[in-house]
Design a protein around this ligand. Structure first.
Ligand SMILES: Cc1cc2nc3c(=O)[nH]c(=O)nc-3n(C[C@H](O)[C@H](O)[C@H](O)COP(=O)(O)OP(=O)(O)OC[C@H]3O[C@@H](n4cnc5c(N)ncnc54)[C@H](O)[C@@H]3O)c2cc1C
Length: 255
């Protein structure tokens, strides 16, 4: 399907393939200290310019708008080399995207450049014990407070929890409005009341894939920034298509 890709895409594939070859040895799937490896990979992917594909150029990224094809190419190659490296890239892109899509100018300037450089790590906190596929069941609530919002609720299965600095957390400002009452909030890991209660490392076969899923507990303040990060998935989306690309990359060395 070459019609999908131009020369910039082909160059990107060559670069990321070379990066995987040079930086991830055979069998290097992040064994050892998972969290240290996870942070190291995020930093390195940032320093070497790949995290920048997840952020618009105005805020330290590569292209004017984030392009799903770039994310797919990077995830497919990374997933082949190391499931952990792929997850670090994928979750960084997932956590950055709502800010790039709907953050205020001030929020984008503040949060996106360090994410593009891999200096800070992102997480995306949507799922709750009683709200998975059905996001309208989210019970985390956000109430106006003196300088922003106070969030109350519990999230779980949150990749990068405990190592991330910047969390995008979905909560309801109008519970009676169900999914239409949801907004996304930026929560920094040092926010008052924010806790990571439990970490549950997981793996696919012998590959640790996530530095940890965690339960987040919090009563915390932050600023509202978007109400439209999901629910508009049409075509090749930066949010969902790269997950499928990752699924193509993982089995490459087994087929
Ligand atoms: C490796 C991993 C990483 C994750 N990382 C994150 C993260 O970073 N952030 C985050 O917010 N979440 C994360 N999650 C959570 C993930 O998004 C949820 O697991 C997912 O949304 C499904 O929710 P659930 O597990 O509650 O399953 P459920 O919603 O209970 O679904 C269980 C099963 O029922 C099916 N089902 C549900 N509703 C219907 C329906 N209406 N019709 C037919 N079938 C249906 C589903 O397809 C599924 O097979 C992660 C999960 C995993 C496994």
């Amino acid at each position: 399907m070459d019609c999908w890709f131009d020369n910039e895409h082909r160059n990107l594939r060559r670069q990321i393939r070379a990066w995987v070859k040079n930086n991830l040895g055979p069998g290097d799937h992040g064994q050892g200290n998972l969290e240290i490896n996870a942070c190291r990979l995020a930093n390195q992917l940032g320093q070497d310019g790949f995290m920048a594909y997840a952020v618009p150029s105005r805020f330290g990224g590569v292209r004017e708008t984030v392009q799903a094809r770039d994310l797919c190419l990077i995830r497919e190659e990374l997933a082949w080399g190391s499931a952990l490296a792929d997850v670090m890239f994928g979750v960084q892109a997932l956590g950055s995207y709502p800010i790039a899509l709907a953050g205020s100018e001030e929020q984008q300037r503040r949060y996106l450049p360090p994410l593009a450089k891999g200096e800070r790590i992102a997480a995306f906190a949507l799922t709750e014990p009683n709200a998975g596929s059905d996001v309208s069941a989210i019970s985390t609530q956000a109430e106006r407070a003196t300088s922003g919002y106070r969030l109350n609720g519990v999230k779980h299965f949150i990749s990068n929890a405990g190592i991330a600095h910047t969390y995008v957390v979905f909560a309801s400002t109008q519970p009676q409005a169900k999914a239409k009452g949801l907004s996304a909030f930026i929560v920094e890991s040092n926010s008052a009341g924010f806790t990571v209660k439990e970490k549950t490392p997981r793996g696919i076969e012998d590959r640790p894939t996530h530095p940890g899923h965690a339960t987040l507990h919090g009563g915390r303040r932050c600023r509202r920034f978007c109400a439209e990060s999901f629910g508009r998935s049409r075509g090749l989306q930066p949010k969902s298509a790269p997950v499928r690309a990752c699924a193509c990359g993982v089995p490459k060395d087994t087929v």
